[in-house]
Design a protein around this ligand. Sequence first.
Ligand SMILES: [Fe+2]
Ligand SMILES: [Fe+2]
Length: 479
Amino acid sequence: MSAVDYDTLIPNNVDLSSDERLKRALEKWYPNYINWWKTVGPEGFQDCQVYLRTAVSVEKDGWAKFGFVKMPEYRWGILLAPKEEGRKIAFGKHKGEPVWQEVPGEYRAMLRRLIVIQGDTEPASVEQQRILGATAPSLYDMRNLFQVNVEEGRHLWAMVYLLQKYFGRSGREEAEALLERRSGDPDRPRILGAFNEATPDWLSFFMFTTFTDRDGKMQLESLANSGFDPLARTTRFMLTEEGHHMLVGRTGVARVIQRTSELMSERGISDVNDIETIRKHGVIDLPTIQKKINFHFSVTLDLFGAEISTNAANSFNASIKGRFGEPRINDDHQLHNDTYPVSQLVDGEVKQVDVPAISAINARLLDVYIDECANIVTSWNRIISEQGINFELHLPHRAFHRQVGEFSECFASPSGDVITEDEWTQRSGEWLPSADDGDFVCGLMKPEHRVGHFAPWIAAPKAGIDGKPGDFEYVKIAA
Ligand SMILES: [Fe+2]
Ligand SMILES: [Fe+2]
């Protein structure tokens, strides 16, 4: 590996060439990463030229360079948002002190754990999505999938950089372990539940990038003001990429909804629940899309952790992990006497209860997340109503289908009514995708590799990537 010029290979703004110890650690890690990418990264297409954007610097004209590249030759970089001279800690008990350039000893374990958990999600999603290339509904979509995949790979690099640079031997061991766990593996699973679920089809992929990547955004936003400056700067730059992942998701689901709605209105099908007829036309019925929303939204809510959380209070208090948009919040940023309303189960009913705000950090982040998701569903509903179809999609209630937090011990309907276990057993098939639904969707997943063509269950996008025209060959499969 000594022949590799890391400054050329790894675009970076962390002065990699002058840090011998870090270079040695990366030299050991890099071949294992490539091996991981080739064995559990995107299946097939590794020799194809893919039109990808690469971040070569954090400046406006440097973070989105487009060009054809083979995925294993992608230049995964280590890029931190620019340093703000004189930045002060914005929250917690160290509020007002200068930000830290090294890890404070007392917070070492806490910081390492946060970085490992974030880092673990990045390769996990690549593993979850690895088989999707084979059934891509267009070259445009295939390119978007691979873009998301290589950037999740880069996010792994970002976390591994922090571990190797600032956490010594234990950091290097954690960096190796990030390549050893596997999504869905019973013996060595990824850390968080939703990252062990399968992503067997493209509707699942679009739902995942809409809902689960958005949890990623929420977590990164909370770390973007960390008192540990290298973490804050790393996550700030990651957020620029996360926007594209969520866009792929939101517009992907929108295109599925559009195709179904258009077909229904063309054929004069007004009964949304006539699933048999709608499916015969090779499109995904809206009730199935609703079930997919119910599933992906609810499993993602669990990723936020318990609404009332001592861990979250401790990391806020330690000035390590703040709130969404922390500097813009109008309070003391220490939460000495504040309260926050949290939805809880009280005597069998869902009620809002005021609790100390410091203990409700996760609940507050969940609220921001749910608001964002509600706006997305509203935009999807517009597509349905534009076709004159009388149907609305809804986010399920936060108590629905939860394994973590305030509602993990109860059963609730999508509208938030607390129900018995018997009723849940009888009715959950109406609310969550069944094996049949999954089989139907998977059955539609026939690849469409012709330039400018799209599979019949999804509409074409409104615009190309990087301003490219509709007949642009985003992936050169024959190459
Ligand atoms: Fe990511
Ligand atoms: Fe992402």
